[in-house]
Write a protein that binds this ligand. Structure first.
Ligand code: IMP
Length: 437
């Protein structure tokens, strides 16, 4: 059984907790795109783990973790994270952590190019995490990238770094940046790739074999649907394919193994970085946005940046549900809305007085759309830690049903707090069945 977990909005929907909950029931946990731009926090007892690059399943002993071919991996970031986790008592060995030989490396010039690119864009900048993600994917699509398989061959690593750095330096210097020297990058990368060598293998073969043996595999999305390079709010997106199609491409798993797709949806919306955000709480609602930011602790796990906050956008979430074919949805952070008098939900967009049939493709249009809101009463009482739908105040239950109807997908789980135990599993949902195994 292969299940994919994918964020439906602009990221930070609380995938870390849900993947952690599911991971117990799965044999293998896999990342399929992105790199250390992600930030998942997992709370286990009184220990807190922050993961950027490794799949969240790594904090569960006995699970195999895979970094798939669709990822771009900074080998230094890999060991920084692995060493930190080992310091917290987690075992990181080649037996349980596997890195695809076809994944691409992020090197220091990618980080420098990420800075240059953002500076060049000025007011139009994307607000990237500056981790070199975009430039590494540019090299991949430009057929000059360096994969781990290539990096293991010293002459190939040397010649590709020398050649790519020549081009990179031209751009970096043209925009006033500091020229980078090839030798230290080659030496440092060779040493670190040598340390990584035992972890590197053909992960597509490993995963297809595991699926054929009947092992259960959890595909852990990073970023989210509206940040997808094809289907997101382009150009204010990340450079990878975050949606279900990307999960298959980024792992090499045959589609026949896929049993379901779980969408992660938060009861409100946030966005980090630049880009259109139709339901953002601005001006008269800015104070409300600040309240949600504080109650929901909405600060980036990777960069510490405050997240922009807004109302639930059922129109955009329905679009995400359509593209990913969500089988079930996990609704997170219900308790954050506990104090509100009323709650708005965007159920459609108008553009130039006309109703939009689907999400506008042009970012300037997305900035201009007028959200159509419906207002629901708040429940004004604590839902923190509730574990059964019947415990929820009526207005909270109605809010959950309202969202489910507008997204067009069942709600399989409602999260009522950061702890693993603060969760409602909806009996008879597809998600409950996956959890039963
Ligand atoms: P990049 O992935 O660093 O190239 O950044 C591209 C866009 O994706 C920026 O708007 C980032 O803020 C956003 N982004 C990247 N990773 C995450 C994430 O894990 N959560 C939320 N937004 C992200």
């Amino acid at each position: 059984m292969v299940i994919a977990v994918i964020g439906a909005q602009w990221g930070d929907e609380g995938k870390g907790k849900i993947v952690d909950l599911l991971a117990e029931r799965f044999d293998v946990v896999v990342r399929y795109q992105g790199g250390h731009n992600a930030g998942h926090s997992v709370q286990i007892g009184n220990q807190s783990f922050v993961l950027h690059l490794l799949p969240s399943g790594v904090v569960h002993q006995g699970k195999t973790c895979v970094l798939g071919n669709g990822m771009v991996i900074d080998p230094k970031a890999f060991f920084e994270e692995a060493d930190r986790l080992m310091g917290q008592g987690i075992t990181i060995t080649p037996e349980r952590v596997k890195v695809s030989s076809r994944a691409h490396l992020i090197l220091p010039y990618h980080r420098a190019l990420d800075h240059t690119s953002e500076e060049r864009l000025g007011n139009e900048r994307v607000g990237t995490t500056l981790r070199g993600i975009g430039p590494a994917y540019e090299d991949k699509a430009g057929r000059r990238g360096i994969r781990f398989a290539d990096a293991l061959v010293p002459e190939v690593l040397r010649s590709r770094i020398e050649r790519n750095l020549e081009d990179a330096n031209r751009i970096i210097e043209a925009y006033g940046g500091q020229r980078l020297e090839a030798s230290p990058i080659i030496e440092e990368t060779s040493a670190i790739v040598e340390r990584l060598a035992p972890f590197i293998c053909d992960t597509s073969h490993f995963l297809n074999q595991a699926a054929a043996r009947g092992e259960s595999i959890l595909l852990e999305g990073a970023q989210a649907t509206l940040l997808d390079v094809d289907h997101g709010t382009y150009p204010f997106v990340t450079s990878s394919s975050t949606v279900i199609g990307g999960a298959l491409v980024g792992t090499g798993l045959a589609p026949k193994h896929l049993a379901g797709v779980l969408g992660i949806v938060r009861t409100y919306t946030t966005r980090v970085g630049e880009g259109p955000f139709p339901t953002e709480m601005l001006e008269s609602e800015a104070e409300l946005g600040q309240l949600i930011r504080e109650r929901g602790r909405e600060y980036g796990a990777s960069t510490g940046r405050p997240r922009r906050c807004g109302w639930f956008d059922a129109f955009a979430t329905r679009y995400a549900a359509e593209i990913n074919g969500f089988t079930s949805v996990a609704l997170t952070k219900l308790d954050v809305l506990d104090t509100l008098d009323e709650i708005k939900v965007c159920v459609g967009y108008n553009l130039d007085g006309k109703k939009c049939d689907s999400l506008p493709a042009v970012s300037q249009d997305l900035r201009r759309v007028e959200p159509v809101y419906e207002t629901l009463p708040g429940w004004k009482s604590s839902t923190l830690g509730m574990t059964d739908l019947s415990e929820l105040p009526r207005a909270a239950r109605e809010y959950v049903n309202f969202l489910s109807n507008h997204i067009g997908v069942e709600i399989g789980l409602v999260s009522t707090g950061p702890e693993r135990s603060q969760t409602i599993i909806v009996r008879e949902s597809a998600l409950a069945k996956w959890l039963r195994g």
